[in-house]
Ligand binder design. Structure first.
Ligand code: 8YV
Length: 331
């Protein structure tokens, strides 16, 4: 660094206190307007940045990485998932990538439970009836949902977030089933009274709820495809607080529209224009609850994510190994 402060380019508006500290520590270029940078703007930014701080809305693909000047040495993602970054291309160019693990686990798990309840207990429909002035008075057979207590939940991806979902779900009276590359350690499996399925196709027909909590990787793209959706019980509810590409959204829409699936809660939308009309029709019928990727959107969470970014940049500047280094997939 030659004793000079590194140039840090931040692609979106971050909490004020994080931005202030970044300006104190580094030569930081902020994006106060908070308009997502275009591909061309990203190509320009990496020519001068020593450190790039992107978010989920920035595609830091091989084109962007290959356009970077030799000074770019760190991509400190403001976010846990790094599916927006070509980590392998970065590694080839000697650029380290870091993320912000742990600090959004509990918030995302809360949102997962929230969506399970919202869909099965028809929260949005009920609130909507009142908001629209359509509530004519209570009736014993109106707005009936389905009970959560005593049902089975199948978690796909039993990492930090999946495990945090399982802890909450157990308290809601759900039996925990999970699919993961490996079973979790014995004491966690015992604590959660969880049942491991190495074969996802075996688990899906047996559960009433499915929660998607695995990362988006080439292996998990369309993991829940048309065939797998067919395995589910016809009133099963699927919740995705991870990434959209893990479920074939058109197949999901069709399954719910045809009554082959109970409903879905999806916290995966980055833009309103990602949502097709057929899906909106299901939203209007109360079969689906959609959220604009709010799982980790708490004031506390965003500050902690910012703190992790600061720590990662700071340790790198001090020539130590940043604590949240993400390694490229093994070839
Ligand atoms: C973040 C997320 O809001 O961190 C993640 O992987 O999915 C989100 O909850 C987002 O990534 C910020 O970049």
């Amino acid at each position: 660094m030659n004793g000079k402060k590194p140039v840090v380019v931040v692609t979106r508006k971050l909490p004020d206190s994080i931005e202030t500290r970044m300006r104190e520590l580094f030569r930081t270029k902020l994006n106060l307007a908070d308009v997502a940078m275009t591909h061309e703007e990203l190509l320009e930014a990496v020519k001068t940045a020593d450190v790039l701080v992107p978010t989920v809305t920035d595609a830091i693909n091989a084109d962007v990485i290959n356009a970077a000047g030799d000074q770019l040495k760190l991509i400190a993602n403001f976010g846990n998932g790094v599916d927006n970054i070509d980590v392998a291309a970065a590694a080839k160019k000697g650029i380290a990538v870091t993320n912000t693990p742990n600090v959004l686990t509990e918030d995302t798990a809360d949102m997962t439970m929230g969506l399970m309840i919202a869909v099965s207990r028809r929260f949005v429909e009920g609130a909507h009836a009142i908001n629209k002035g359509k509530f004519q008075g209570w009736s014993p057979t109106w707005m009936l949902g389905s009970r959560i207590w005593g049902k089975r939940l199948g978690i796909i991806g039993m990492g930090r977030i999946g495990t945090a979902v399982a802890r909450r779900a157990k308290a809601f009276g759900l039996s925990i089933h999970y699919h993961n590359r490996q079973p979790v350690v014995d004491h966690v499996e015992e604590e959660l009274e969880a049942t491991y399925w190495d074969d996802l196709d075996q688990m899906l027909p047996r559960v009433d709820f499915v929660s998607v909590n695995c990362p988006a990787t080439p292996e998990t793209k369309n993991l829940i495809n048309e065939e797998r959706l067919r395995l589910l019980q016809k009133d099963a509810i699927i919740v995705n607080t991870a990434r959209g590409q893990i479920i074939d959204i058109d197949a999901l829409t069709r399954a719910i529209a045809h009554g082959a699936l109970g409903g879905a809660g999806l916290d995966i939308f980055g833009h309103g224009n990602d949502i097709k009309d057929d899906m909106m029709a299901l939203v209007k019928k109360g079969k689906v609850v959609l959220l604009p990727h709010m799982g980790s959107a708490t004031k506390e969470g965003r500050l902690e994510m910012g703190e992790r970014v600061l720590i990662n940049i700071r340790t790198w500047v001090d020539q130590h190994r940043p604590p949240d280094r993400v390694l490229p997939p093994k070839e």
